[in-house]
Ligand binder design. Structure first.
Ligand code: SF4
Length: 417
């Protein structure tokens, strides 16, 4: 299979050549995913092997009898399955939440307040002569991003590394910082103040800026602002180093305002560095179906969005959910201790191709086909570009779509339309 898509990180590299599970052009992260030998062998209910139909029957029984089940995950599956997940949450009167709620949710909140001056990775590759990485480290988290879309990419108008100014802003010297033309080491939690300082300088009010902001001198900030303003086309990529520090969504809002200020002089876009290959789909599909991207509660028969109550972590810690369906995700490995403790107290159903920590606490485990090799569908790359992932290997495993479709049919039969 040529031009296959790597279904690991938000880059969704679409130039992979697969021979079985071995792929050419994969980075070490992609290679590790596709060469992982260990699969969940078959559906299991309370430690006993059963058929897919039996496992789904038992799962539906738990979900229908729960007062408010949590449906969580979705960032590593296709849009068609995500859509069924949202509908299932609605029919069950439960909560739909997805992996964004523990990563780029502050970007969603900032977007609601300020909008997003966005673009595509293609624009970054072809046009950008200034590339900023703020609180993100693509060399380690999205290893082919620098060569395909940003630092070294050869575009139509910007022909390669020597034509680009690459700036890294972070609290420590990351692997990406070694690729940079300029590295600004900032104090943790001062991003908001630095954005404000840069906006003041660009607006001609540099006298209002103190001698030092967030560990960066005013002179350095003036140099930084000069580079930004003198770029013909700039892209600011940002990551969890911004969204998960002090200020959170307010910091992202201030970054959007900085980009708006820059756009009075030149052309800039921002792009969150999204983690899982279809975390954008987990937001977008929920927004089409229910009007919100994450933390959606259907317990009153209509969708309600309230992040401080309806994210998976909050709902678990508040003991608001009495069953959980986890799809293509591993919350037991990533959630805070109290949320994981609650997961151990309620019935948990897991759908995933590979065993992980959540498998250890799940009552029902339903293995699924690997998206992009054994199952097809539509995904959104980190910049929102839709891509079709293909199936090129027959398998006994059911796809997430097939599993959720049967679950939904059974729920509708039991609860009505
Ligand atoms: S950068 Fe991401 S999408 Fe590309 S090959 Fe590596 S893991 Fe896969």
């Amino acid at each position: 299979m040529r031009n296959a898509i790597c279904t690991f990180c938000g880059n969704a590299c679409d130039d992979i050549e697969f021979d079985g599970f071995v792929g050419k052009n994969l980075c070490p992260l992609g290679e590790a995913k596709f060469s992982a030998k260990q699969r969940i062998e078959g559906p299991v209910v309370n430690g006993e092997r059963v058929s897919y139909e039996e496992a789904i029957d038992r799962a539906v029984e738990i979900l229908v009898n729960a007062k408010r089940p949590l449906l969580y995950g979705f960032a590593s599956t296709v849009n068609e399955a995500i859509r069924l997940g949202v509908i299932l949450a609605e029919k069950l009167g439960g909560i739909y939440d997805q992996c964004s709620s523990v990563c780029h949710a502050p970007s969603t909140l900032a977007m609601i307040e300020e909008g997003i001056p966005g673009g595509t990775l293609g624009q970054a590759k072809n046009r950008a002569d200034v590339v900023v990485f703020w609180g993100c480290n693509p060399v380690e988290a999205h290893p082919r991003h620098p060569s395909r879309y940003s630092v070294m990419a050869k575009g139509f108008l910007t022909k390669g590394r020597q034509y680009r100014h690459v700036i890294v802003v972070d609290v420590r010297k990351t692997a990406t910082a070694y690729l940079a033309t300029e590295f600004y080491q900032v104090k943790p939690g001062y991003d908001y103040a630095i954005f404000s300082a840069l906006r003041s300088i660009i607006n001609g009010h540099e006298d209002a800026v103190p001698d030092e902001v967030g560990g960066v001198s005013r002179e350095k900030l003036k140099e930084f602002a000069d580079i930004l303003v003198n770029g013909k086309y700039g892209v600011i990529f940002y990551g969890l180093g911004l969204t998960h520090t002090r200020g959170s969504d307010r910091s992202v809002e201030n970054l959007v305002k900085l980009v708006q200020t820059l756009n009075r002089h030149t052309r800039y876009i921002i792009q969150p560095m999204r983690g899982h290959f279809n975390v954008v789909g987990a937001s977008a599909v929920a927004a089409w179906e229910a009007g919100y991207e994450y933390a959606i509660d259907f317990s009153r028969g209509h969708s309600r969005f309230f992040p401080s109550e309806f994210t998976a972590v909050e709902a678990l810690i508040r003991r608001d959910c009495d069953a959980a369906l986890i799809i293509a995700s591993d919350p037991a490995a990533h959630f805070p201790k109290r949320a994981v403790e609650r997961l151990t107290e309620i019935p948990v159903i897991q759908i995933d191709p590979h065993p992980n920590i959540t498998t250890l606490i799940a009552d029902i485990v339903i293995p699924s086909a690997l998206v992009g090799i054994e199952a097809e569908g539509t995904i959104y790359r980190m910049d929102g570009i839709p891509l079709r992932v293909k199936k090129f290997k027959e398998t006994e495993y059911w796809s997430d779509y097939e599993i959720l479709k049967l679950m939904l049919d059974k729920v509708i039969r039991l609860k009505g339309e």
